[in-house]
Design a protein around this ligand. Structure first.
Ligand SMILES: *Cc1c(COP(=O)(O)O)cnc(C)c1O
Length: 611
C-alpha cells in the first residue's frame, strides 16, 4: 500500500474513485466525500459521522436480481428467483426504509428472526413481497406470524424444531385464514467455512435431522397442513469465503428437496439458501476473503439445482436467498477525524541539548544531521537500537530525564526525516519490517466498540482510507487508536494483514479524515456504548437529478442525558444532584454558580465525542 492505492480495486467494487487526491462517489458528478463531510461540519455536526448511500443499496439489489435472472436464462431454469433481506444485518430506519423502497420493483422482501423484527417487517415490507421468519419461536411469535398472513403478507414461518411445528399446528386450529406458509430448516452434514461457520453443519444450533423431517411430514399430513409446506431452508453461515462448501450444502439440500417432493409434499416449491454471500473487505490481494463472484455463485446455484431436479425427475425448485451482508455492507461509510498524531510533540525546537551530552545523544544528533537517502535505512536501524540503549542507561542512572527526552525527540526526528527517503526503491520487505517498529499512532475521534465491533470481536478488517491527499505518498505506518479508555480500541499496523500507511500531518493546522468502509452490515446494531460513546451522527446522502447530492435524514448522536436515560438513570435526579452539589460547594459568588450550572447543562445535552 506504499503506492497509496489503498486497495480500491480489491474491495471498492467501483463505488468510489479518486480525483484530485480526494475520494469521490463514482457517479456522474463525482461528489467528494470530504466535501459532504465539510458541509455537515459547517452545520455543526462534529465528531464521527456515518454516511448512508442509498444508491449503493440499490446497486447491490440490482446486481443480485440481474445475476440470477441471467443465470436462469443461461441454464434455461424453470423455477423462479426470490430474495429477502435479513433484518438482523441492519434494522436502522435510515437503511430499512430505503431498502424497502428500492426493492419494490423486484418484490424484494424481508426476513425476521424475532418478534420485534417480524413486527417491523409487517409494518414496512411491501405488501405482496415475501417475508420469511427464522430463529426460535414461541407460541406468541407464531401468532404474530399468523396475523401477518391474515393481514395479507406472503409469509413463510420456518420451523427450527418439531416443537415449533406442533405449536404451529395448534395455532392453525385457533386462527383465521389465510394461514402462513411453512418452511422446514434442514440440518446439513456439510458445513460452511470461515469464522462464522457455526450456523451450518450437523452440530449446528438449528434445523431438523432427516428423521425429524420425516416426522414433520407425517405431522403436517395428519393436521391437514401439508399443502402449506412450501420451502426448505438452510444457512451455512455468514461470509462464506469459498464456494465449495456451498455447493456441497446445495447438493445435499437439492436431494432432500427431491425426496420430500416424492414423499408427497406437493406444494414444496422452494429451496431457501439463507445468506452468506461474502463481502471483500480486504485491502491487499494476499488477504482476500472471497474466492468467487456473485456471477459464479448464481451460476453454481442454478446449475446444481437444475441437475439434481432433472436427475431426480422433480420440477426445478424456486430459488430463494436471504443474503444480508452482501446487500448492506457497502451502503455505509464511517468518517472520523484524526485528532492527534502521538509523535507530533517531538519537534526539534523541544531539544534541550547540553554543553556536554552523553556520547549516545551526540551520536543520535549526528545521525539526524547526516541523514540522506543513501543511508536512511541504516541510520534508522541505528537510531532504533540507540533508543533502547538510552532507556537502559536511564534505568541504570547514567543519563538523566533531559537526556532521555533529547533521545526520544531525536529518534522521532530521524524517523520523520528518513521514512520519506526510503521510497519504494529499497527492499520492500525490509521497509515493511522497519515500518512495523516505527508506527505512528493516529488518535481518531470514534469508538471502535461502537462503530467496528466486528474488528474488536473477530478481528474483521474494514478498509481504511484517508478522504483526501491521495495524490501524495503516505509515509507513516499507522496504527489507529480510538478515544475509548480501552487498550483493545486499537487497529495496529501489521506488515502482513494491515499494512496501512497514512500521511504525516499537523493536526493543529489541517483536517485529516479517515473513512472506514463497508460498515453497513452488522456493525451498527452490534455496536456497544462502551465508555458511553453512542451511535455516531448519521446522514443519508442522495444523488439528485441535476448531478448534485442532498444531505437528508440527519440523526444526531445521542446526548449524554439520553444515553443515561436509556440506562434507566433518572435524569432529573442527576440534574438535581449536580445542582445541589454546586449550591453546597464552597463557591460564594451566585454568578459563578449559575455559570458553571449552565456549562454542565450544555455538556449534558451534547454527545460524548471529542470536539
Ligand atoms: C444471518 C442470517 C442471514 C444473513 O446472512 P448474511 O451472511 O448476512 O448474508 C440469512 N439467513 C439466516 C437464517 C441468518 O441467520
Amino acid at each position: 500500500m506504499l503506492n497509496n492505492s489503498y486497495g480500491f480495486s480489491i474491495w471498492g467494487n467501483s463505488n468510489f474513485m479518486v480525483e484530485d487526491g480526494k475520494i469521490c462517489l463514482n457517479t456522474d458528478f463525482k461528489p467528494a466525500l470530504i466535501d459532504i463531510v465539510k458541509d455537515l461540519r459547517n452545520d455543526g455536526y462534529m465528531g464521527p459521522l456515518l454516511l448512508r448511500f442509498p444508491h449503493l443499496i440499490k446497486k447491490q439489489i440490482v446486481e443480485i436480481y440481474t445475476n440470477f435472472e441471467r443465470a436462469k436464462k443461461e441454464f434455461d431454469y424453470s423455477g423462479n428467483f426470490q430474495a429477502v433481506f435479513p433484518l438482523k444485518v441492519n434494522q436502522y430506519p435510515g437503511f430499512v426504509k430505503n431498502l424497502v423502497e428500492l426493492g419494490k420493483p423486484f418484490n424484494y422482501g424481508l426476513e425476521a428472526g424475532s418478534k420485534a423484527e417480524l413486527l417491523l417487517a409487517m409494518a414496512y415490507n411491501n405488501l405482496g413481497a415475501p417475508i420469511t421468519v427464522n430463529g426460535f419461536k414461541d407460541k406468541e411469535l407464531i401468532n404474530i406470524g399468523f396475523i401477518a398472513s391474515e393481514m395479507g403478507h406472503d409469509i413463510t414461518l420456518t420451523i427450527e424444531g418439531l416443537s415449533e411445528l406442533e405449536a404451529i399446528i395448534e395455532t392453525a386450529k385457533e386462527r383465521f385464514t389465510p394461514k402462513p406458509n411453512i418452511g422446514l430448516r434442514i440440518r446439513l452434514h456439510s458445513s460452511g467455512s470461515g469464522i462464522w461457520q457455526k450456523s451450518g453443519g450437523i452440530n449446528s444450533k438449528f434445523g431438523l435431522t432427516s428423521t425429524e423431517l420425516i416426522e414433520a411430514i407425517n405431522l403436517l399430513k395428519e393436521a391437514n397442513l401439508l399443502d402449506k409446506f412450501t420451502m426448505i431452508h438452510f444457512h451455512i453461515g455468514s461470509q462464506i469465503n469459498e464456494i465449495h462448501p456451498l455447493k456441497k450444502a446445495l447438493t445435499e439440500a437439492g436431494n432432500i428437496y427431491a425426496e420430500l417432493v416424492k414423499m408427497g409434499a406437493n406444494n414444496l416449491k422452494a429451496i431457501n439458501l439463507g445468506g452468506g454471500l461474502a463481502v471483500e473487505y480486504s485491502q491487499t490481494k494476499e488477504n482476500s476473503e472471497r474466492n468467487y463472484t456473485l456471477r459464479e455463485y448464481a451460476n453454481d446455484v442454478t446449475f446444481l439445482l437444475k441437475s439434481i431436479a432433472n436427475h431426480k425427475k422433480v420440477s426445478e425448485p424456486n430459488i430463494f436467498i436471504e443474503s444480508g451482508r452482501y446487500v448492506a455492507a457497502s451502503h455505509a461509510v464511517l468518517i472520523a477525524p484524526v485528532i492527534e498524531l502521538f509523535s507530533q510533540e517531538y519537534a526539534e525546537s523541544k531539544l534541550l541539548l547540553k554543553e556536554k551530552n552523553p556520547p549516545i545523544i551526540d551520536e543520535l544528533y549526528d545521525l539526524y544531521k547526516n541523514l540522506k537517502p543513501a543511508n536512511a535505512l541504516e541510520y534508522l536501524h541505528d537510531a532504533i537500537a540507540h533508543m533502547e540503549s538510552v532507556l537502559t542507561l536511564f534505568d541504570l542512572g547514567y543519563v538523566d530525564l533531559t537526556d532521555r527526552s533529547n533521545g526520544e525527540i531525536l529518534v522521532h526526528l530521524i524517523m520523520k526525516k528518513s521514512i520519506p527517503m526510503l521510497g519504494n526503491k529499497q527492499n520492500f520487505g525490509d521497509i515493511l519490517k522497519i515500518q512495523n517498529e516505527v508506527q505512528e499512532r493516529y488518535l481518531v475521534n470514534f469508538s471502535m466498540f461502537q462503530s467496528l465491533p466486528d474488528f474488536w470481536g473477530l478481528k474483521q478488517h474494514f478498509p481504511i482510507v484517508p478522504l483526501d491527499r491521495l495524490d501524495e505518498r503516505p509515509t507513516r505506518s499507522a496504527s489507529i487508536w480510538d478515544i475509548t479508555c480501552d487498550s483493545d480500541g486499537e487497529i495496529g499496523f501489521d506488515e502482513r494483514t494491515n499494512p496501512l500507511f497514512l500521511h504525516d500531518i499537523d493536526v493543529e493546522k489541517e483536517d485529516y479524515f479517515l473513512g472506514f468502509f463497508l460498515v453497513g452490515a452488522y456493525q451498527e446494531v452490534l455496536g456497544m456504548d462502551h465508555n458511553l460513546f453512542t451511535h455516531p451522527t448519521e446522514a443519508t446522502i442522495t444523488l439528485n437529478e441535476n448531478g448534485g447530492y442532498e444531505i437528508k435524514d440527519i440523526i444526531e448522536a445521542q446526548s449524554v442525558l439520553d444515553i443515561l436515560e436509556d440506562m434507566d438513570y433518572n435524569v432529573s435526579d442527576i440534574q438535581e444532584i449536580l445542582n445541589s452539589r454546586i449550591e453546597e460547594s464552597n463557591l460564594v459568588d451566585e454568578k459563578q454558580k449559575k455559570h458553571i450550572l449552565g456549562e454542565l447543562y450544555l455538556f449534558l445535552n451534547d454527545n460524548c465525542y471529542l470536539k
